[in-house]
Design a protein around this ligand. Structure first.
Ligand SMILES: *[C@@H]1O[C@H](CO)[C@@H](O)[C@H](O)[C@H]1NC(C)=O
Ligand SMILES: *[C@@H]1O[C@H](CO)[C@@H](O)[C@H](O)[C@H]1NC(C)=O
Length: 545
């Protein structure tokens, strides 16, 4: 009965909300990438000022920054950000908080030695922002439509779009079988669990924890959670017995009051984050997803499965992750969660072809819907087209068949993705050259050596397999040749042992990003001299040179 009454309330509420925020819902829809797309109208707030962003998000993200960076000495001068004012836009302007947020999301991404601190002029600020943006790309944020100038001006919708992507990546980093094998208890084949989006995985986790209550499954973090019922049961289920978390909120009839009581329970678990009672009642799915992700990360409450599956085979390799981050940074839609299964219908690959070589894809030829009957055939046709385009573009795809892509064959999929990444990295060089013949490695190596010589550096490069690359000294010298004085050589070690090599590589990657090279490679790639990723590092730097 309560349920029915609540349903009615919910319907009325939706109506109310629709009337109230009709105009504010339309102007910005959020894509999977969290990028704000502005529509026709903008909402007018009570004060009569025009906003094209969500106040709720501003409050939520500023609050998250306040609580998560509080212990960082470099951040102290900036905190607390007043969540009720427009301080957020000015506090992130010099890039420091953004760099710190990126390291919070993916620890170790940015070498702190590369961040300019202290009193910053325009130039040093821009360097920090470039470092932040290029590092954000490297962890998989879509930064296609944001530049350092937008951040310096503190453009609200762009700042929120970027912050959400960074926060989301951090929140979702561990929501998979590899990091939380207990997820297998939620009753799913390990292989399928790998393919689920983090949102889908979280839904499974919530439903698993509320299974015994009989309230039924929720299917989204918007409409379905507005009555706080699933959240109240979830909190009770995952809370330690002495935490004082109970089912009390369910006795409260007023939805917003009930949400408040539910959030007080979350507070007892140290997890009152991202949402206000209003955000719950209005079903703000983005913020409620963040709320649940944070709960999962803090109180997973999952036992290890009785039979531990072979997790090794499910682990994402470094290369797979780099490919995936690269594709996501280009803004492909939907986001790539799994390198192989997400390529099987050919659509992502074709989107990337179109980015690498604009207008190369004849979209009239591409199937976008795959209903049966014939759905698989349509996917297969896309894969055939993707392989055909690769051959047209002189990709080296010996032995790669469309069927392999369609089947999710790892070797073949990686081969196509790598050729695309290579072409993307070299696209501007290819343009410059004006011929279809692919750029040869030697052309890049020669350029590097000339640049090093002209700057009077002692290092040189024989090939992308040169063992000397392992110390990263040649990369650091090249950066300093391109931007004289940019490398602080007191930070550079000889590279005689693994620690020194890693330290140099980490510094080199961050410095390359700071001078404007969008490098996707990781320090490990330099230390281990992985020729493919090494090529991308030098090619990107050549682009800056
Ligand atoms: C809820 O979801 C789980 C897993 O997705 C499924 O096994 C179960 O049958 C669903 N329960 C209901 C009542 O739909
Ligand atoms: C995957 O593709 C490669 C060619 O790239 C091929 O040699 C291999 O046999 C394929 N594997 C399967 C299981 O089809």
């Amino acid at each position: 009965m309560v349920w029915r009454r609540w349903k009615l309330t919910a319907i009325l509420l939706i109506f109310e909300v629709c009337v109230e925020v009709k105009s504010s819902l339309i102007p910005h829809t959020f894509t999977d990438q969290g990028i704000v797309k502005k529509g026709g109208m903008s909402a007018v707030s009570e004060e009569g000022t025009t906003h094209s962003y969500s106040e709720e998000e501003k409050t939520a993200f500023a609050d998250w920054i306040n609580s998560n960076l509080a212990d960082d000495e470099d951040c102290k001068p900036y905190l607390d950000i007043d969540v009720n004012s427009d301080e957020l836009w000015t506090k992130i302007q010099d890039g420091i908080l953004l760099c710190k947020m990126i390291n919070l999301a993916c620890p170790g991404t940015i070498d702190e030695r590369a961040i300019n601190t202290g009193k910053l002029n325009q130039y040093k600020t821009t360097e920090n922002l470039n470092l932040a943006l290029n590092s954000a790309s490297a962890i998989g944020c879509n930064t296609e439509n944001i530049g350092a100038a937008d951040l310096q001006e503190g453009k609200p919708s762009l700042v929120l779009g970027l912050l959400w992507q960074i926060i989301r990546i951090g929140l979702f980093a561990r929501i998979d079988v590899q990091h939380s094998p207990g997820l297998l208890n939620t009753g799913v084949d390990p292989k399928d669990l790998l393919k689920l989006t983090p949102e889908e995985t979280l839904l499974r986790w919530v439903n698993y924890n509320t299974k015994s209550t009989g309230i039924g499954n929720i299917t989204n973090f918007g409409y379905d959670i507005r009555d706080s019922e699933a959240f109240t049961y979830l909190l009770k289920q995952i809370a330690p017995s002495d935490s004082g978390v109970d089912l009390g909120p369910l006795k409260e009839k007023d939805p917003e009051q009930r949400a408040e009581l539910m959030l007080q329970n979350a507070d007892k678990l140290g997890c009152r984050a991202f949402v206000t009672p209003k955000d719950v009642v209005r079903g703000n799915s983005k913020l409620n997803t963040a709320f649940v992700a944070n709960l999962f990360n803090t109180w997973p409450a999952l036992d290890l499965p009785e039979e531990m599956p072979d997790i090794e085979g499910l682990k994402e390799t470094r290369e797979e992750k780099t490919f995936r981050n690269w594709m996501n940074s280009l803004g492909v839609s939907p986001r790539v969660n799994h390198l192989y299964s997400d390529m099987m219908d050919g659509l992502i690959l074709l989107q990337i072809y179109d980015i690498v070589k604009p207008a190369v894809v004849d979209w009239g030829r591409v199937n976008k819907k795959f209903e049966d009957p014939g759905g698989n055939m349509k996917k297969m046709e896309n894969c055939e087209y993707a392989v055909e385009l690769g051959k047209d573009m002189k990709f080296s795809l010996a032995g790669v068949r469309a069927k392999d892509i369609f089947d999710g064959n790892e070797t073949s999929t990686r081969a196509v993705v790598w050729e695309l990444m290579r072409a993307y990295t070299l696209a501007w060089l290819q343009d410059l050259k004006g011929s279809e013949a692919p750029i040869k490695d030697k052309e890049i190596v020669d350029w590097v050596n000339t640049a090093l010589q002209e700057a009077g550096k002692e290092t040189s490069l024989s090939s992308f397999q040169d063992p000397e690359i392992s110390s990263s000294r040649v990369v650091l010298d090249l950066i300093d040749a391109i931007k004289p004085g940019s490398i602080d050589y007191t930070n550079v070690r000889d590279g005689t042992n693994p620690d020194e090599r890693f330290s140099n590589a980490k510094y080199a990657i961050s410095m390359a990003r700071k001078i404007g090279a969008r490098v996707y490679a990781l320090p490990e790639d330099l230390v281990e001299v992985k020729p493919k990723m090494v090529l991308t590092v030098f090619a990107c730097l050549m682009g800056r040179g």
